[in-house]
Design a protein around this ligand. Structure first.
Ligand SMILES: *Cc1c(COP(=O)(O)O)cnc(C)c1O
Length: 356
């Protein structure tokens, strides 16, 4: 059992206007910290006032990017409680990421306790306005002051919290997607299946290019043949073709196994939809769009939950999906997932974890 020392702030911050939160702009009063030292393991678990780090400029994370993170949310229920959505899945994924990045594993029970304790300490920061939540960002990075390229011997594990606004303050608007054929995000054997900062650094250029062309997100294709669909922006992606729900298989090795993706698959199956996880060529989706068989397309992720795709641009060839409107399957998934997350509908699957 983890023993967490708690040092409370003596100078609580003024909370931001719940109408103007946006994403990742504000941080709560406290943070969780824990250190790793080779030979000693993880130690000194503590909650302290939110504060800067003091790090040696030679800290390995700055040079070789040995860093990983997670992302999940705490939700305010109608009766005023605070709950998490499938946090164990994030912690398990964190350890799969750790393995790939040669970062020591964390104890899954201990990290769940840390998450719950920190959110409890800052529970007044969980906003209650429709669509708002408290974003939870756990991350680990290498701190050895050393420039030799090697696996580090010391790490910091930190969790910070950020109250975030409704993703869809102005209603769910399907987004325009640019199919990227020049840059790639990940390849099999690489780190695409992990949540590491390096993946994001490598994908910024594609996102920038798409934005310059007037598109909201990039559709990433596989890194070898530039033929099969991997993900959309930092979301997993689903296509409904002739009533069948298809999503790229995780066997590709370059796709992040999203908790939202997994939850959508489980919900769709429980409703009797045919869901297929397989390699899906962009050509097949374009062909389906042209012949009127592409019913819906959407991205999935913790931030937006469901992000409908209204237009695809494949090399200048533009296709409108479902008249640029949200489709019935996307809407049903959105209503049910957000209903469970915010505690508005019963959680038959036991996905939520109460904090208080
Ligand atoms: C985090 C992430 C997702 C979505 O995962 P969720 O667990 O559903 O939030 C999808 N793709 C990438 C690249 C990600 O980093």
């Amino acid at each position: 059992m983890i023993d967490i020392k708690i040092e409370r702030t003596t100078a609580p911050k003024v909370k931001p206007d719940p109408d103007k939160l946006g994403f990742g702009n504000y941080f709560t009063d406290h943070m969780f910290l824990m250190n790793y030292t080779e030979g000693q393991g993880w130690h000194d678990a503590r909650i302290v006032p939110y504060q800067n780090f003091s790090l040696d400029p030679a800290s390995m994370v700055f040079h070789y990017a040995q860093e990983i993170f997670e992302g999940l949310k705490a939700y305010r229920t109608p009766d005023g409680h605070v709950q998490l959505f499938r946090p164990q899945k994030n912690i398990q994924r964190m350890n799969r990421t750790n393995d790939r990045m040669c970062i020591p594993r964390v104890d899954e029970e201990d990290v769940l306790t840390a998450l719950k304790t920190l959110v409890e300490v800052d529970k007044d920061w969980v906003p209650s306005k429709e669509g708002t939540s408290l974003y939870i960002r756990p991350f680990i990075f290498a701190t050895d002051a050393h420039l030799g390229v090697h696996v580090a011997k010391t790490y910091i594990f930190c969790i910070i919290l950020s109250p975030v606004g409704s993703y869809y303050a102005a209603g769910i608007n399907p987004v325009k997607i640019f199919v990227e054929t020049e840059y790639v995000r990940a390849v099999k054997g690489g780190t695409g299946f992990t949540k590491c900062g390096g993946n994001y650094a490598a994908s910024l250029i594609g996102q920038k290019k798409a934005e310059e062309l007037g598109y909201a997100q990039v559709l990433w294709l596989d890194g070898i043949e530039h033929k099969y669909i991997d993900e959309v922006g930092a979301m997993n992606v689903f296509f409904v073709i002739d009533g069948e729900v298809i999503t790229p298989t995780l066997e590709a090795g370059s796709i992040l196994p999203g908790v939202t993706r997994m939850s959508c698959i489980e919900l769709l199956q429980s409703w009797g939809y045919k869901v297929t996880e397989r390699r899906l060529a962009i050509a097949e989706v374009i062909e389906a769009a042209k012949s009127g068989r592409l019913n819906e397309a959407f991205g999935t992720g913790t931030a937006a939950v469901i992000s409908p795709i209204g237009e695809l641009n494949d090399n200048g060839d533009k296709m409108i999906v479902n008249n640029g409107e949200i489709g019935p399957i996307s809407q049903k998934l959105y209503d049910n997932l957000t209903g469970i997350q915010w505690g508005r509908i019963p959680d038959d699957k036991g996905w939520t974890v109460r904090v208080d």
